[in-house]
Write a protein that binds this ligand. Sequence first.
Ligand code: CTP
Length: 404
Amino acid sequence: MNRADAEVVLGVGGGIAAYKACELLRRLTESGHTVTVVPTASALRFVGEPTWSALSGRPAATEVWESVHEVPHVTIGRRAGLVVVAPATADLLARAAHGLADDLLTNTLLTARCPVLFAPAMHTEMWEHPATRDNVATLRSRGCVVLEPAVGRLTGADTGKGRLPDPEEIFRACRRLLARGVLPADLEGRHVVVSAGGTREPLDPVRFLGNRSSGKQGWALARTAAARGARVTLVAAHAELPDPAGVDVVRVGTAVELHRAVGAAAADADAVVMAAAVADFRPASYATGKIKKQDGRDPEPVSLVRNPDVLAGLGAERPRPGQVVVGFAAETDDPLENGRKKLARKRCDLLVVNEVGERRTFGSEENEAVVLGADGSETPVPYGPKEDLADTVWDLVRDRLAGA
Ligand code: CTP
């Protein structure tokens, strides 16, 4: 089956986050998938059937007693290339873990033989309850993918772990499962640090020196490492992106802050991937008040001082023996030759070389690169989603960790 065209079943549990599943549904249909929505009876109390059928272009049934002649309790699951349940409530996880089949969605979960993804949403206490922990462990042991909930504002005034992961993150997890299936957790037990986004170096309270990094490649690295079982710390400089599911995010502003945060996280890390666009220089001084123009006078020149080179520091010091250090290089001319020199200069194990120029703009969803190894290897990654490049980087990191 061409999995990019696969039929997707969107199971919707009865939680307030059901409205966010509408956004996920849109992303799935807009990317060409036929989606059958199977809401539970309580999901329909939050978002009604007309919304699901209008957005999917197909009827959305809840009970096994509708269209019985089509045997929907068996056919929907069998046809599916992916089943995604969002939001997955504590009750739904429990029913799925115990193999109950008391409505159309739980029947579908029992008949599906394709990858199954759960995106949980519930209050922190429910997520942390031993019953839910056991149910999640059972589902994972059977090969289901259960995303970690996001941390933040919950229904009502409380905050904590339990928010539905951002619909965009769920969509990306779906796309990866459709493309690659359920991968072994080959980074389980590993701690990896990824830096991403662009640093901002302030001149005064309203102005800064920045760059055009979107953070998308670093986010893809964090997301894919988490999906492969790693504990991930994402040191995130400026990027307009939601937190990836199941990742510890440390937000930073300047290169100096990023240096400190990466240093702290790298102390016990098996691998550090520096995908952030770190400013090489910062303004020598910071004006605590807004810099005003003076009539008739030329502006004061901005003088700059050097920032620490975080990657070179990691390459030289190796906070932990056997740690794998990965850098990025954006080059316009002679990318491979310049990349080799940079790899040697910064003493990293792997360097991802991107050719930047007219055709390849910042902020795109795709990337093309060559990964250079300190051992002389060259791994080309053809033009494709940033997750593909991320997975290649993790394959190479895993092999180096195994050989250490
Ligand atoms: N990097 C870093 N600390 C800096 C600058 C860059 O850790 N102060 C890291 C980036 O995260 C990236 C790699 O180094 O992994 C990029 O190298 P860099 O020397 O910044 O590339 P260019 O700026 O392109 O270097 P040059 O101008 O010498 O080509």
